[in-house]
Design a protein around this ligand. Structure first.
Ligand code: NAI
Ligand code: 15L
Length: 265
């Protein structure tokens, strides 16, 4: 197998639980980490329960690791304080540990909410300014900037995946555009891990859906070719179904409901 030990953070989460099995084709040992319970270690697994905000624990978690799939952290809008701990301080702790442990590559679960305040009529590419739609989106912007710094300063490569909506199936009409199937996510991660030179790459993560808001040409060198499409789920959201009005912010902006969060936090 190409790797001896891969670290997967966020292993107790929705994507982490799916990736736990799938990454085993690439690595002899997968080290699984989360602040939440991950159950018992199976063969080829190591379990390290730790809070990303704990610098010393993150350092220890990184020992002997060759590459990182960073899927841990707050994954939706929340109060600023926990986002700051997990996604901002946590990212700093992670990259310091990566640097000290000599890890060469990170695949970072960024998010489409880095650009959620672009309108759904716009086509966004990775050269365009970030327009986060939430504190959560701002924290992902920080992760993209921090990983850029660690590449420019130390040569540590990162592929930032601006994941759309990666669930077993789209959950609403918006996700017909943002849907990323689990198989396509695994393929995107494979491309991010094994493309020889990625430098610092930002890639949008979506399946081959009938509509898109994203131009992925800046990530063409990854060679990612989605195989699935939200088309298979079109029957779930017929045109006659009730939707927010056209002048509703959740319809105008790509971030959907995330653009309405904020003051209440
Ligand atoms: P999730 O919320 O199910 O999983 C995140 C995991 O991170 C949880 O198990 C949680 O316990 C852990 N975590 C939270 N705070 C932590 C801390 N301080 N220390 C250690 N672990 C902590 O989210 P999901 O859907 O699995 O997403 C995984 C990653 O992908 C997240 O970073 C999310 O922002 C990103 N993402 C996911 C998308 C999706 O459609 N599922 C879309 C865009 C981005
Ligand atoms: C995200 O960044 C979230 O982690 C996920 O839970 C979904 O809400 C997704 O974006 C989305 O935009 O659908």
């Amino acid at each position: 197998k190409p790797f001896h030990r891969l670290l997967l953070t966020g292993a107790a989460g929705g994507l982490g639980r799916m990736l736990r099995e799938r990454v085993k084709t690439w690595t002899e040992i997968v080290r699984l980490s989360d602040v939440a319970d991950m159950g018992a270690a199976a063969e080829g697994e190591e379990i390290v329960r730790c809070d990303l905000a704990d610098n010393a624990a993150v350092r220890a978690m990184m020992e002997g690791v060759q590459a990182v799939l960073h899927f841990g952290g707050i994954s939706v809008e929340a109060r600023f304080e926990p986002i700051m701990q997990a996604n901002i301080l946590g990212l700093y702790n992670l990259y310091e540990a990566v640097h000290k442990a000599g890890v060469k590559r990170v695949v970072y679960a960024s998010s489409n909410h880095v650009t959620g305040f672009y309108q759904t009529t716009e086509l966004v590419d990775a050269t365009m300014p970030q327009r986060p739609d939430s504190f959560y989106g701002v924290s992902k912007c920080f992760g993209e900037a921090l990983s850029r710094y660690y590449y420019d300063r130390f040569g540590i490569e990162t592929v930032c995946l601006r994941i759309g909506s990666s669930f077993p199936e789209p959950r609403n009409a918006r996700m017909m555009t943002t849907y990323l199937s689990y198989d396509d996510l695994v393929e995107l991660i494979r491309c991010a891990l094994f493309t020889p030179r990625v430098g610092h790459t930002i890639a949008f993560g979506n399946s081959d859906n009938d509509t898109t808001w994203w131009d992925n040409s800046q990530a063409a060198h990854l060679g990612y070719q989605p195989k699935d499409s939200s088309r298979a789920f079109a029957h779930l959201f017929p045109d006659t179904a009730e939707r927010p009005p056209a002048d509703d912010p959740t319809t105008i902006y790509q971030g959907g409901p995330f653009v309405l969060a904020g003051p209440q936090y």
